[in-house]
Design a binder for this molecule. Structure first.
Ligand SMILES: Cc1cc2nc3c(=O)[nH]c(=O)nc-3n(C[C@H](O)[C@H](O)[C@H](O)COP(=O)(O)OP(=O)(O)OC[C@H]3O[C@@H](n4cnc5c(N)ncnc54)[C@H](O)[C@@H]3O)c2cc1C
Length: 514
């Protein structure tokens, strides 16, 4: 038995198993789009539920068996879960947050719960743990299993191949935009649904008892999400990285994301094209961690921007369509267009590349001209910094140290400084391969938005991916784009930035640790 999805471009079957109409529920295994709104997985779960007349069970899981499991990541995701409990309940959908509180307690969880399901839906995500889970699900689940792509405005499947440049991807974006806007997930998949699709709580309790799965205690989740000592004590027994602490003001969940979206769209978007790189008062959304954990969708931000600008598709410049020009084709202001180029073209280029290229986390993925040029300069002299010097911000470059401390303390780096941060690691590491490895290790460990397709877009952009050759040829960099902290000093006013992130500076009040 198969039920064709109305939103088929975002849904694909990942095994050859049939739907089991005698199962107890439709299982939605939520691993990256950790939200109710604008979620293709929710759309599909509701669609199957109504066709089969079976309830929906949504499980949001958090493993502690991944490479970078730490307090920062866990607190942020649990804060999102606590809000999701309320949001799903208000929308009449049965939702259960589940955190692996000791290693291996999650083993076979999916196998056990999918064996009682009619059909399984899992998030489609092109990298890191959610990708591994999706691939494992295709083998573990013995019923029809589908992957749902809620990652961005364009379904990843539409590109058909990886794009090497933003220019070529932008052409694809322009050609596909009209169809993409008709294929967005719904803001609320339950809109207009009058039948009860909740999975009965008593049945769920007895099922969990029968398959020997323990619920994650709500009280423990609450303590983790609370922050401060309470949170640290709750996480203390877990086998995770306790050095990477949570950060106040970086509160996971939809409420904080909506607040930041509101401030950005109302107060900062109009300065985006001029003040994005301003280190004092940058006109940016700061939403990347919430996008990364799926607490809010970029689709929601783009739709809100369209609404507030009264934008309709007939405002696009049809002559420019498909030519790959960066601005002028939306028929919006320079700032709005420049933001849309980042949140759609640049962000989704990263998803596109990771989706089609298994080697997206490897130096093999950089273009040949960059490989050749970096190789030709591999013996050039470098500073003898160790990984420890770099990770602990112990270099002679105070601008760079400031950027690294910003990352250690807040989980983010200002966008322009992030480019300089990467370029200096390339300059200092013993060779380009080690530079890539060090950037990945530091970014994935400390950045709240790390482990994302755009982590690897940014890191490999430093090494020439999605870029062109530049002259004059320089030591170490060869023809790869050169950037220095001196040029950043000339371009940006960095005095306050450096003192804000100096070694002994107290943490700014707004980001004190939880
Ligand atoms: C070395 C290096 C590492 C990076 N690591 C990450 C990472 O781990 N996670 C991550 O999300 N981004 C990463 N980036 C890209 C970029 O720096 C961040 O996306 C951006 O700074 C996030 O801030 P914001 O949310 O305020 O962005 P805004 O300017 O408000 O933009 C909105 C959204 O558009 C997307 N976006 C913006 N700029 C870029 C860009 N240059 N490339 C791709 N997408 C972009 C992001 O999703 C961002 O949240 C990295 C860049 C570099 C050079």
């Amino acid at each position: 038995m198969s039920i064709v999805s109305l939103k088929s471009s975002r849904i694909r079957s990942i095994n050859d198993m049939p739907i089991d109409p005698s199962g107890d529920y439709i299982l939605y295994w939520m691993t990256s789009s950790r939200r109710f709104h604008y979620n293709a997985g929710m759309d599909r779960a509701v669609e199957l539920s109504l066709s089969l007349n079976k309830p929906v069970l949504v499980i949001e899981c958090m493993s502690i068996r991944h490479d970078w499991a730490n307090e920062r990541i866990l607190t942020f995701s649990v804060q999102g879960m606590l809000e999701n409990i309320k949001i799903f309940d208000e929308n009449n959908v049965t939702y259960l947050p589940w955190v692996e509180t000791h290693k291996d307690s999650g083993s076979r969880l999916l196998a056990k719960l999918s064996s009682h399901a009619c059909s399984v839906i899992v998030d489609e995500y092109p990298t890191y743990l959610p990708r591994t889970i999706m691939e494992k699900a295709s083998k573990i689940c013995k019923v029809n299993t589908e992957a749902a792509d809620s990652n961005g405005i364009l379904p990843m499947a539409w590109a058909g191949k990886e794009h090497m440049t933003a220019y070529s991807f932008r052409k694809h974006v322009q050609r596909s935009m009209a169809d993409a806007l008709l294929n967005l997930p719904m803001k609320n998949s339950m809109e207009g649904v009058s039948v009860n699709i909740r999975y009965d709580r008593q049945e769920m309790m007895s099922l969990f008892r029968a398959v020997e799965i323990e619920f994650t205690p709500l009280e423990w989740l609450w303590r983790v999400g609370e922050g401060g000592k309470i949170s640290q004590q709750a996480m203390a027994p877990l086998d995770i990285d306790h050095e990477v602490k949570s950060v106040m003001k970086m509160k996971g969940g939809r409420i904080e994301a909506l607040k930041r979206m509101e401030i950005f769209l109302e107060m900062n978007l109009n300065r985006y094209s001029t003040d994005r790189n301003n280190t004092e008062n940058p006109a940016v959304s700061t939403l990347s961690p919430w996008f990364h954990f799926g607490h809010i969708s970029t689709i929601e931000v783009v739709v809100e921007l369209f609404k507030r600008s009264n934008w309709t598709y007939d405002m696009t410049c049809f002559e420019d369509m498909g030519k790959g020009t960066r601005s002028g084709w939306w028929g919006l202001s320079e700032s709005e267009e420049s933001f849309l180029d980042q949140i759609i073209t640049w962000r989704e280029l990263g998803f596109n590349f990771a989706h089609y290229r298994r080697d997206h986390k490897s130096i093999d993925s950089i273009p040949n001209w960059a490989k050749k040029s970096l190789q030709e300069h591999s013996k050039d002299e470098r500073k003898p910094y160790t990984f420890d010097d770099i990770e602990n911000a112990r270099t002679d470059d105070e601008v760079w140290n400031a950027a690294q401390r910003e990352l250690l303390r807040t989980g983010l780096i200002h966008n322009y400084m992030r480019m300089v941060w990467g370029k200096k690691i390339l300059e200092w590491a013993p060779d380009p391969n080690t530079a890539a490895d060090w950037m990945i290790q530091i970014n994935d460990r400390w950045a709240l938005d790390g482990r994302d397709p755009n982590s690897y877009t940014g890191i490999f952009w430093v090494l020439g991916r999605h870029d062109r050759a530049w002259g004059p040829e320089r030591p170490v960099f060869g023809k790869v784009r050169y950037m220095t902290t001196e040029s950043a000093r000339r371009k940006l006013k960095l005095k306050n930035y450096i003192s804000r992130w100096s070694e002994n500076a107290p943490l700014p009040r707004e980001i004190q640790r939880l």
